[in-house]
Design a protein around this ligand. Structure first.
Ligand code: ASP
Length: 439
């Protein structure tokens, strides 16, 4: 058994958190490859080290004094080192960082030091070997992640190592300069390492016990999702459920390596399993509910629209020409509606409307703002009658008007449009119907 274990920033924010991580890694000898994030927040109003580094480098980039800011970052690490009673000094590392900042080594280099230094501490604490991610995670000239080259280098490097610490979030460009993934990118590094060592499991340790059926800010203590497929996860993440970086699934998905989301503060909880496919039924018909506010619908009417070939294309052309992507396009006989993100659309609305008139010659174009979309996702829906009926019954009992319905062609999800102000009550009504009242 071989596991890759990635720990998020809140799991590594202090010496006390490091101790929990140490206990988790030592509990199983299969936990051989560790991918740390940078120290995150110790309390709600705290600042992540990554953000401190960005702030500090912004001063350096303008040739302003950044000594106080760098000192504060060093103190975060010293607090951890002293708390763990390690014989380790980062003085030389900070001398190097300071001179590289002065030489304008770049924002990515600056941010990457968060994981780099945490990796050095983690390796010393666990007695594992440290592998600098810049040597093994590679990007192409155009900035794209080089999956093939990385896999070749990384698998070769880790092949004979009993264990190692590989910092998350960064790698290097062909010229050797450091490049980071987007924020939260240590999740991607963990997945890349899991692929390279052909791990049996990629454990992703964070501060929640996995994915929840619904947003806990809306539903108090929602139930946890035990098992979710990659496709379901994609639908829910797209609609706002965030625990894992969106791109983290790709390296392991192709290898059939499952991801297990675990809670550093509650290691006995089995967490959520993310798998390619499963014969395990979810406990409820639905796997999860997620949604987002801030959509607009553009309603277009034209008599005899149904018989006009190319009408839909012309309407969508108006959006494409203005660089706006659409979310859903439900249609009736003489009507067609296009859902878009309100913030993307707002500045360009009149251009789009006039383009629709010019290209498609409709009878009427009407815009409705402040709508929310809710995705009810579940692999079990396909083989179940009455799911849509139950959603609609739940919403009608809650006195919520449904503005749009769209069932994905995979029958994995049903999307519902409601007014922004009905968003929370709609989610509550659906959750109650499927999770609390089990028929
Ligand atoms: N430290 C980086 C961030 O705050 C990357 C990560 O934590 O995954 O985004």
């Amino acid at each position: 058994m071989r596991k890759v274990v990635k720990f998020g920033g809140s799991s590594l924010a202090s010496a006390a958190q490091f101790e929990k991580v140490g206990a988790i890694v030592r509990a199983e000898s299969s936990r051989r490859f560790v991918v740390p994030s940078a120290p995150g927040k110790r309390y709600a109003k705290d600042t992540k080290v990554t953000d401190m580094l960005y702030g500090c480098y912004a001063l350096a980039a303008e040739d302003k004094d950044f000594s106080l800011e760098l000192r504060a970052i060093k103190e975060r690490y010293e607090e951890i080192i002293n708390g763990l009673k390690l014989e380790l000094s980062l003085d030389n590392e900070f001398v190097k960082i300071e001179s590289n900042f002065k030489a304008h080594a770049g924002k990515d280099y600056a941010a990457s030091r968060g994981e780099y230094l945490n990796g050095i501490i983690m390796a010393a604490y666990l007695g594992f070997e440290f592998v600098d991610a810049a040597e093994v995670v590679k990007f192409k000239e155009d900035g794209e992640f080089d999956a093939q080259l990385t896999n070749d280098i990384l698998s070769e490097r880790l092949k004979n190592m009993p264990n190692a610490v590989i910092p998350g979030f960064y790698g290097s460009n062909p010229d050797g300069s450091v490049r980071t993934f987007s924020r939260g990118g240590s999740d991607i590094t963990g997945s890349i390492v899991a692929k390279a060592v052909q791990a049996d499991v990629y454990e992703n340790w964070t501060d929640v016990s996995g994915f929840l059926i619904a947003d806990p800010r809306i539903i108090p203590n929602p139930e946890k999702i035990e098992t979710i497929t990659y496709r379901e996860l994609r639908e829910l993440s797209y609609m706002g459920a965030s625990v894992l970086h969106e791109e983290a699934i790709f390296p392991v998905r192709r290898e059939g390596i499952p991801i297990n989301i675990r809670n550093t503060n509650d290691p006995d909880d089995s967490g959520t399993w993310i798998v390619e496919s499963t014969c395990q039924k979810s406990k409820y018909i639905i796997t999860g509910i997620a949604g987002k506010k801030g959509f607009c619908s553009i309603n277009i009417e034209k008599d005899m629209m149904n018989s006009e070939i190319g009408f839909g294309r012309k309407v969508l052309q108006a959006f494409e020409d203005n660089g706006i992507s659409f979310e859903h396009v439900p249609s009736g006989i003489d009507t067609l509606t296009v859902f878009v993100h309100q913030d993307e659309f707002m500045d360009k609305e009149q251009n789009v409307v006039s383009a629709i008139h010019r290209l498609a010659d409709p009878d009427m174009v009407d815009i409705e703002a402040d709508l929310a979309l809710i995705a009810v996702v579940g692999r079990g829906m396909k083989s179940m009658r009455g799911t849509a009926a139950r959603i609609f019954a739940a919403l009608s009992h809650a006195d919520i008007n449904i503005r749009m319905i769209d069932q994905g062609s995979s029958e994995l999800n049903i999307i519902i449009g409601v007014r922004n102000e009905d968003f929370e009550s709609a989610i509550r009504a659906i959750y109650n119907m499927f999770v609390l009242v089990q028929l």
